[in-house]
Design a protein around this ligand. Structure first.
Ligand code: ZN
Length: 401
């Protein structure tokens, strides 16, 4: 076999049935993904720079003093005002890049959302993060005041409690703030899922149609929630354009996440990582204060001018752990894919659904290997299709149509 283009077109008959042609990524797809990466990178760099600047210039001390003034020296109100100012500054700095991101989705025909609706979503997103951030920061400093020695263990336990609560509430409280959800109306699909679940000896409480089309042309599906709120969500953009067999393959993939208990496993990972994170924050805070690196920070741990330092440690740790966390996530995705292949009658719908997803979402089929290893939570579509074909070729011939 040569790599010559012309002879490459001549295929052995058995290859033609098992191997799907693999189109290369178009320059358009590459460009879109490159810009997206630059936007996320800029977002991260701006956040990082803001934290460093606040500490080095001592401006975090100014923010603290203004907060006390505005709160009439009331501690917890002052903490809130500090978080509010911090959050406004961060939003203003990132706003130009948010606008570029919004325009990018329109340029590539991936979004049809109107400007007004987008602005409203931005406001809601900012408010939600302000509320959650305020709750967490108030709790942390409240705990530091009550138990300055063991604050980090208590704060960790409280954080885990909140995290579990949010995981449970996300599909019923958080996500409906931005999207509408309705129980899946398609009876034949619901029946297929019930059969898939029965065979696996498991049951997912619900499948919901996720009204994504008002805002995006991309397709998506996910497993969300905990306990009573556990559910599979399928975007309407997927339900409209994919055959029932293709949707069944995607449902089987999501069920695979459920059967392999991936949400529970991710929670355990979070429990371990946040324990280490809170310990590290405590150590770094005490060390930096003892060395007097930032004279603006008082020696008292409850001086909330040290908030940028806490966030900085958490941010750096998150960045360092990202490749490992993404590797775990890709492992989970491969397990869910395998589950889908083993529990659906044919492999072809899985492969065509992957092709459609790549086209519809402008996903790179063959991204740069280093970028994939560091930043991607899912294996590339090219790899997922190749793995499915390799698996199918090892199955008894009766499997393929
Ligand atoms: Zn998945």
């Amino acid at each position: 076999m040569t790599t010559n283009g012309r002879t490459g077109a001549i295929r052995l008959p058995e290859m033609a049935t098992t191997t799907t042609p693999r189109p290369a990524d178009s320059p358009e797809v590459r460009r879109y993904n490159r810009i997206q990466r630059w936007l996320s990178l800029t977002d991260a760099v701006i956040g990082f720079a803001l934290l460093v600047v606040l500490l080095v210039t001592g401006w975090t001390g100014k923010l603290r003093d203004w907060s006390y003034l505005g709160a009439n020296q009331h501690y917890f109100l002052a903490v809130f005002l500090y978080v509010l100012m911090f959050s406004v500054i961060a939003k203003i700095l990132n706003a130009p890049f948010d606008v570029i991101g919004f325009r990018l989705e329109h340029q590539y025909h991936l979004s049809n959302q109107k400007l007004r609706s987008w602005l409203w979503d931005e406001c809601k997103g900012w408010l939600v993060s302000l509320v959650l951030g305020t709750i967490m920061v108030e709790l942390i400093y409240g705990i530091i005041r009550v138990a300055p020695q063991r604050w980090w263990i208590i704060a960790w336990a409280v954080f885990i409690g909140l995290f579990l609560l949010m995981a449970q509430l996300a599909p019923v409280v958080l996500m409906p703030i931005f999207y509408k959800f309705e129980p899946l109306a398609n009876d034949s699909l619901r029946e297929r899922l019930t059969k898939l679940g029965e065979r696996a000896g498991t049951r997912v409480r619900g499948v919901y149609e996720w009204k994504l089309s008002e805002k995006s042309n991309k397709a998506n599906a996910a497993l969300t929630g905990l306990g009573a709120t556990r559910r599979i969500i399928l975007s309407d953009t997927l339900l409209q354009h994919y055959s029932d067999d293709e949707i069944e393959a995607i449902l089987a993939h999501e069920l695979g996440h459920h059967v392999h208990k991936h949400i529970l496993k991710s929670i355990f990972t979070q429990v371990a990582i946040t324990f280490f994170a809170f310990w590290l924050i405590n150590v770094v805070l005490r060390f930096v204060i003892a060395k007097d690196w930032f004279p603006v920070l008082s020696s008292r741990l409850y001086d909330f001018a040290n908030l940028p330092l806490i966030v900085l440690v958490a941010t750096i740790l998150g960045f360092v752990l990202m490749p490992a966390l993404n590797a775990i996530s890709r492992h989970h995705e491969r397990q869910a894919d395998r589950y889908a292949w083993e529990n659906t009658p044919a492999i072809e719908p899985f492969i065509t659904s992957m092709q459609k997803l790549a086209d519809q979402n402008l996903a790179e089929r063959q991204p740069n290997k280093v970028i994939e290893a560091l930043f991607h939570s899912h294996p590339s579509i090219g790899k997922r299709i190749a793995a499915a074909e390799a698996w199918a070729s090892k199955q008894p011939q009766t499997q393929t149509a």
